[in-house]
Ligand binder design. Structure first.
Ligand code: THG
Length: 268
C-alpha cells in the first residue's frame, strides 16, 4: 500500500495561512513528519486562487524539497499551474489529476508524457458526478483509451473512483469498491487511489469509518490512498489488512512495524 500524504493542502486553514505568510518552517515540518511516517508521495495542493496558484505551488515545491527528497504529487486542476510546478521538481512527480474532460486531457497529458509522470485519473467526465459504478467505469475506459493513445503505460495510471461520503449516499463506499474491482480486472497494470477521508464527511467519529472502508477497498484492489500518514491507528490498520490479504510475505512488514513501535503497546 503506497501512501500519498495529504497534509500539505491549502484548503486546510493552517496551511493556507502558512502559504500566505510564506511560513517555511510549518510546511517543512509537515513534509518531514509525513516522510518519516512512510509517505511515498507528498500531495501538494496550494488551494489558492488560479491567479496565485502557480506561484504558490512553486513556493511549496521549493520549500519542501529543501528538506526532503520524497516525490511530490502535484494536486491541481489547472494545467498551467501543473506545468510550472513540474518544472520546479527534482524528482519525477505524480500529477493529480486528469479526468474525462477533453480540455483537461489535452492540457495535462503532454505534461505527463514529457516528464514520464505517474498520473491520477478521476472517474468523472464533466462537472457532474457520475451516479453509479457503470458511469465511472465508462469514463475510465475513455480516459485509458486516451492515455494509451498518448503512449502512457497503464502502470503509470492511478485511477481514483471518486469516493463520496456515505452520509449523502449510503452506497458510496460500495460504488467505489465495485469500480475498483471491475477496472482492476480489465486493467491489471493500472493502480488505484482515492481520498480516504471523503467516505466519512459529515459524520462523527470518522476514523472508524475511514479504517473500515480502507480495508474493504484494499480487498477490491486499492493499492494507494491519499490520507494522513501521521495517524498511527490508520497505519496499523493498513499493515494488518495487507497481512490478512496475503500481501505481506512472511509477515515481515507487520513484525518490523511492531518492533519499530508503530502499534499501540496496550493492545495485544
Ligand atoms: N482525490 C484526489 N485528490 C484529492 C482528493 C481526492 N486531493 C484533495 C483531497 N481529496 C485529499 N486531501 C485531503 C487533505 C486534507 C484533508 C482531507 C483530504 C483534511 N481534512 C480535515 C478533515 O477532513 O477533517 C479537515 C481539514 C483540516 O484539518 O483543517 O485534513 O478525493 N485524487
Amino acid at each position: 500500500m503506497k501512501i500519498i500524504g495529504e497534509k500539505i493542502n491549502g484548503t486546510r486553514k493552517r496551511v493556507a495561512q502558512a502559504i500566505t505568510e510564506r511560513d517555511t518552517d510549518f510546511i517543512q515540518s509537515l513534509a518531514q513528519k509525513q516522510t518519516e511516517a512512510g509517505a511515498t508521495w507528498l500531495d501538494v495542493n496550494a488551494g489558492t486562487h488560479p491567479s496565485r496558484e502557480a506561484d504558490d505551488l512553486i513556493w511549496l515545491v521549493e520549500t519542501i524539497q529543501a528538506v526532503v527528497d520524497t516525490p511530490l504529487c502535484l494536486d491541481s486542476a489547472n494545467p498551467k499551474a501543473l506545468a510550472e510546478a513540474a518544472k520546479a521538481v527534482n524528482k519525477t512527480p505524480m500529477i493529480n489529476s486528469i479526468n474525462g474532460e477533453p480540455e483537461r486531457l489535452e492540457g495535462i497529458l503532454p505534461l505527463v508524457v514529457e516528464h514520464g509522470c505517474q498520473v491520477i485519473a478521476l472517474a468523472m467526465g464533466g462537472k457532474k458526478m457520475p451516479e453509479n459504478t457503470e458511469a465511472r467505469v465508462d469514463i475510465i475506459h475513455q480516459v485509458i483509451a486516451a492515455t494509451r493513445a498518448a503512449g502512457i503505460p497503464d502502470k503509470s495510471i492511478y485511477v481514483d473512483p471518486l469516493l463520496m461520503t456515505v452520509s449523502t449516499n449510503i452506497q458510496s463506499g460500495m460504488i467505489a469498491c465495485d469500480t475498483i474491482r471491475t477496472l482492476h480486472q480489465s486493467y491489471p497494470e493500472v493502480h488505484f487511489t482515492l481520498g480516504l477521508s471523503n467516505i466519512s464527511f459529515g459524520l462523527p467519529a470518522r476514523s472508524y469509518i475511514n479504517r473500515a472502508f480502507l480495508t474493504l477497498a484494499m480487498a477490491a484492489g486499492l493499492d494507494s490512498a491519499i490520507l494522513d500518514p501521521l495517524d498511527r491507528e490508520l497505519r496499523a490498520a493498513i499493515l494488518a489488512a495487507e497481512l490478512v490479504l496475503g500481501r505481506d510475505r512472511h509477515c515481515l512488514n507487520y513484525t518490523r512495524a511492531f518492533r519499530a513501535g508503530v502499534f499501540d503497546s496496550t493492545k495485544n
